[in-house]
Design a binder for this molecule. Structure first.
Ligand code: GDP
Ligand code: MG
Length: 414
């Protein structure tokens, strides 16, 4: 629902040319509503909306990117920030076994996570042991034993009716003796007493950080859990470290804030398109270029900059694939274009700075053209072609820019 709620916001910006305080107001209300409906807390939503509005109005448009696409990107980056930005790795103690203790309400998936986590850590080369400290129901111990068997990890259990903190302590001793890297303590979730006992008993000998160090987001397969993912960091100050996305043992993976944000937005294509455009076309460059084009001063330096920008964006086919409506260009045509760009570049490379800036010099002087041909190993005809092309490009780009200024999606001419 979060995703479709946000979609309403983008749709309201279809057809606008720029983002203004006025035209983002309504989409921002949609974003606000979508976040609140996903149970993101009000103060978080307020800060979020304010930050996004400021950026939306304050940053210039990236050339070739529609305003609604740009807003998607701003919201995306803000979502990533809200979820902690980076991947947060698990922390292991330097000496002795690392203790992971799971807290959380009944039924959230703690026992399942114990086994999944062990399975996950085994793949990282860590030896693990599970400790059955949920002593309130016998079934809980059996469940852990079955899961432990399934992932090939020993389970330390004593039975019901024994203090969980005692079990945890003896489990830890056992792990130390066996030189096991990690123990994972399954609990009933009613943790305040257990945690305090466990920590007070151990804190003098082990450097254990008191309190919760991170969260695991479970059952991500059930619903998108956008709201939960967004609130954890902000509410607890602790990052989400792992996500469970299914009942199978292998369904546990690191939490990537940027992937989660992408998932919430459901617009991967738009995001990567905007990112690429951003990378390549710095705003200032674009503005300078625009002036040059409008005054027909586009020269070989600009030409070179443009071809390099395209090269930076990766293979041309990928770039073209991201531009809506460009699907009709065949791979063969793209290869041809890439080849001819290389040829052009080699000719520009042997031009003097003056010649690059004033293509007229080349148009007027057969001697210069001859020199460029011999130095670049191309024919005089190819050099003449290149020069003619630049003058053609001046006209074409001016026309193209006119179309873009009119607000429609830019189409690259071949
Ligand atoms: P606990 O009470 O916190 O220990 O929760 P359990 O580990 O016993 O899990 C409760 C139920 O949720 C079980 O039926 C699990 O199979 C199921 N479960 C746990 N993790 C996931 C998950 O990531 N996805 C799905 N769909 N089900 C899960
Ligand atoms: Mg359990």
């Amino acid at each position: 629902q979060l995703t479709s709620g946000l979609e309403t916001a983008w749709n309201k910006l279809r057809g606008v040319d720029v983002l203004t305080k006025e035209n983002v107001a309504e989409p921002m209300r949609d974003i606000r509503r979508a976040l609140l409906e996903a149970d993101v807390s009000l103060p978080v939503v307020r800060r979020f909306v304010q930050s996004v509005s400021e950026q939306a109005v304050g940053t210039g448009l990236i050339r070739g990117v529609r305003p609604d696409q740009q807003l998607v990107k701003i919201v995306h980056d803000e979502l990533v920030k809200l979820m902690g930005g980076e991947v947060s790795d698990l922390v292991f103690s330097k000496s002795g076994p690392t203790v992971f203790l799971l807290a959380g309400l009944q039924g959230v998936g703690k026992t399942t996570v114990c086994a999944k986590l062990a399975f996950y850590l085994k793949k990282l080369g860590k030896s693990c042991m599970l400790v059955a400290a949920d002593v309130y129901r016998p079934a809980a111990i059996d469940q852990l034993k079955i899961l432990g068997d399934q992932v090939g990890v020993p389970v330390y259990a004593e039975g019901t009716g024994i203090k969980p903190s005692e079990i945890a302590k003896r489990g830890l001793e056992e792990a130390k003796k066996k030189k096991i890297d990690v123990i994972i303590v399954d609990t009933a979730g009613r943790l305040h007493s257990l945690l305090s006992v466990l920590l007070s008993a151990l804190v003098t000998t082990f450097n254990i950080e008191i309190g919760i160090t991170g969260a695991i987001l479970t059952k991500l397969d059930g619903d998108s859990r956008g709201g939960a993912a967004l609130s954890v960091k902000e509410v607890s100050g602790k990052p989400i470290k792992l996500v469970g996305r299914g009942e199978r043992m292998e369904d546990l993976e690191p939490f990537y804030p940027d992937r989660m944000a992408g998932r919430i937005l459901g617009m991967g294509d738009v995001l990567s398109f905007v990112e690429k455009a951003q990378e390549v076309m710095r705003q200032e460059d674009a503005e300078e270029l625009q002036k040059k084009i409008m005054s027909a001063k586009f020269d070989f330096n600009d030409f070179l900059k443009q071809t390099r920008a395209v090269a930076q964006m990766g293979s041309m086919s990928r770039v073209i694939g991201m531009i809506p409506g460009m699907g009709k260009i065949t791979p063969a045509q793209i290869r041809e274009a890439e080849k001819s760009l290389k040829i052009m570049e080699s000719m520009i490379n042997v031009m003097t700075p003056e010649e690059r800036e004033k293509p007229e010099l080349l148009a007027e002087s057969p001697e210069r053209r001859k020199r460029i041909a011999s130095e670049s190993g191309k024919t005089e005809q190819q050099v003449s072609q290149l020069i003619a092309q630049l003058f053609q490009m001046r006209v074409r780009m001016k026309n193209l820019l006119g179309v873009m200024e009119g607000g429609s999606i830019p189409a690259l001419s071949n």
